[in-house]
Design a protein around this ligand. Structure first.
Ligand SMILES: C[S@@+](CC[C@H](N)C(=O)[O-])C[C@H]1O[C@@H](n2cnc3c(N)ncnc32)[C@H](O)[C@@H]1O
Length: 214
């Protein structure tokens, strides 16, 4: 997808904000990893893993070493993708609204604290794209802010840009669909964050209303 068809916020991240965010935060990312903490307690079969918003691939390095899974990432920051490549991890340049992989490519898709920087006009695209690339029987893992009431605020240090961060109850966007069910979750009360693991099952039972016989 060319940048002309991208939302303004995704274009800004691809253009420069992904890199500048990475420059400022690269020494801090990875200090907390509630996704791995939850997987330690409640393991799933990771198989082939895509992390969307993978940054420099630090989590993918860990998961590959621990579980022997195949891993790949996506991030708008060219600098982060280059650092990932230096660690032997492929991180493609892009944003969550358009995933450059064929249908049903992955057993696990991780949205690792990146939804909060996705603009509302891209939300339905992200839901459709993650569903498209996730295999039947696969898992979707979301780590992000959680809140009973959605709100937005300006991105820190970027008050001059039209960029916002969003606090939303993200998993409901998938869980309304009977194909998705919650497998496990962990609420980090001190920071209002949630890790949610969901399983996709196309054959999930759905109530079927009997057809009236005339
Ligand atoms: C808070 S960091 C999280 C990095 C990593 N997943 C982790 O858990 O530490 C958010 C990442 O999302 C990326 N990002 C920003 N906008 C994005 C978008 N629209 N789609 C995918 N990733 C995005 C940023 O470049 C950044 O690397």
């Amino acid at each position: 997808m060319s940048n002309q068809t991208k939302s303004e916020q995704a274009s800004i991240f691809l253009d420069h904000l992904g890199d500048s965010w990475y420059e400022i935060n690269k020494n801090d990312i990875g200090k907390r990893d509630p996704i791995s903490d939850l997987l330690d307690k409640e393991p799933i079969n990771l198989g082939s893993v895509l992390e969307v918003g993978a940054c420099n691939g630090w989590r993918l390095v860990k998961l590959r070493a621990k579980y022997g899974c195949t891993v790949v990432g996506l991030d708008p920051s060219q600098l982060a993708a280059k650092d990932a490549a230096d660690k032997g991890i492929e991180v493609k340049i892009g944003t969550a609204d358009s995933l450059p992989w064929p249908n049903e490519s992955f057993d696990t898709v991780i949205l690792g604290f990146c939804l909060y920087v996705v603009t509302p006009e891209d939300w339905f695209k992200v839901i459709a794209e993650t569903d498209r690339v996730l295999k039947d029987g696969g898992h979707l893992i979301i780590w992000d802010y959680t809140t009973p009431r959605s709100f937005k605020r300006k991105l820190n240090r970027e008050a001059h840009l039209p960029t916002f961060m969003y606090h939303v109850d993200w998993p409901v966007a998938w869980l309304f669909n009977p194909m998705y069910r919650k497998v496990s979750e962990h609420f980090l009360a001190g920071c209002s964050e949630m890790v949610t693991v969901m399983k996709k099952l196309k054959s999930a039972p759905m109530l079927e209303m009997a057809t009236e016989q005339k």
